[in-house]
Every structure is written in structure tokens, then in C-alpha cells.
Design a protein around this ligand. Sequence first.
Ligand code: ARG
Length: 250
Amino acid sequence: MNTKKLGFLASVLFASLMFSTHANAAKVYQVATDAAYAPFESLNSKKEVVGFSVDILEAIAQKTGMKIKFINTPWEGIFATLPNGDRDMVISSVTITPERKQSMDFSEPYFEAKQLIAVNKKSKVSKFTDLKTIKVGVQTGTTGDEVIQKLQGKTSPNIKRFESTPLAIKELENGGVDAVVADNGVVVNFVSNNPKSNLKIIDDATFAKEYYGIAVKKGNKALIEQINKGLAAIKADGTYEKIYTKYFGK
Ligand code: ARG
């Protein structure tokens, strides 16, 4: 091979290398979120995804130089978007559970949560076991769904499943279900913002602590490491606390 040809080959190699590193830096991570879960993830009047989870991931992205794009994605099927490559991450108030860990990887926790019960103000329900034989609304496939299954049995006809938590709460307001079980932050947010809904909140000591994590495709160690690094950094420099206070007070 003559030097001209070699030079040409070298420049092609160089150009493609440049292109690939550039393309990598410009990668926009597609982030799935079910934006019907205020104050964690919801749509504002301009149909933009906003909320605590959004601010957290945006702060992480800023620290690590990642470019991200939030895509409102229905909860049902949200996890399937990771293995099929449609999405790179799911941030959707997802509780880290042993079952979910079998099919996806999680970041370190970014929020501690638990279940709460919402009922009509006139309801006689005072504890979790009071839900044994009444109609309970949950968002399909959530930890609220799991918790009520343990009490009523998987196939109980009294478990009413909805595609979103707001729909379950709507049904409670309409009297179609007697209670709703969902994450504390969302229940508290709804009840305090909707005083006319006549709902009250019941806590129960048996509800376990849950931790929200950011989910990625199983085996994507590099991405998890990057997210964890960013999360640690925003916890260390006070950004996390600032965002937390913005949504939940001191
Ligand atoms: N933390 C609960 C779970 O992981 C509920 C999450 C629902 N999130 C949402 N954006 N709808 O099952």
C-alpha cells in the first residue's frame, strides 16, 4: 500500500472515531415516566413533565453531563421499554422490589415512601385490615396493588385496578370504590390540594418502608454507575436537599 492510500485510510479512521465519540457525547437518554403522579411526575399546563423526580434526574444529568429527554409513558408496560431499548431509564416513583430487581437494575434510592389509605371522611375504616372485604382501588401493578393482594388475595373481586392513580382516586370520590391504597406523597398531595373531595388519610403501622430508584436495562452497569455518581454528588452539595424542600418542605 502506498503512503497516499495509507494516509487516506488513516483519515477515514480518524473521522469515524471522531464521529463515534461525538455521537456518544450527544446521546440523548430517553427517560420513561408515567406523568400522572404529582408531586413526583406530572404534566404542567404546557404538557411538560415536571415534579420532584424530574428535578432530581435533571440535577443528576447536569452533574454528569448526560442529556436526557422525558417521555410520558403509560405505567402498564413501562418496564418493558427498557429491554426493548425504547427507553434508557425509568424514573416514575418506582419502588425498588426484589421481584423487579430480577428484570432490571436500580440506582441507589432517591426517595423513601410508604403506602397510605385514602377513604371518604365518613368512612369507618381506621386501619389496613378494615379493607379486607371492601372495594379498594389501586393503580395496576403498583406496590399498592401488591399490598392489597396480600390482604384480600390475588384474585379478589374487590380489588379494582386502574391505569393511573388519579383514576382510582376519581372512582373513590364517585363512590365506586371504598378506599384507595397508594404512595404517601401522592395521596397527601391529592387530599391537601382537593379539600372539596371529602377524603381523609389513614396510616397503618404495618406499611413497610419503600425506596424509589431509577431503573435501567438489566446489566447496564455503566449507566447505573453514572446515575449513582450524580446522585451522590447532588446529595453532597445540597442540591438534593434544595429540591426536596421545594416539594416537601423541611
Ligand atoms: N411506588 C409505586 C410502585 O413502584 C407506585 C409508582 C407509580 N408511579 C407512577 N408514576 N404512576 O409500584
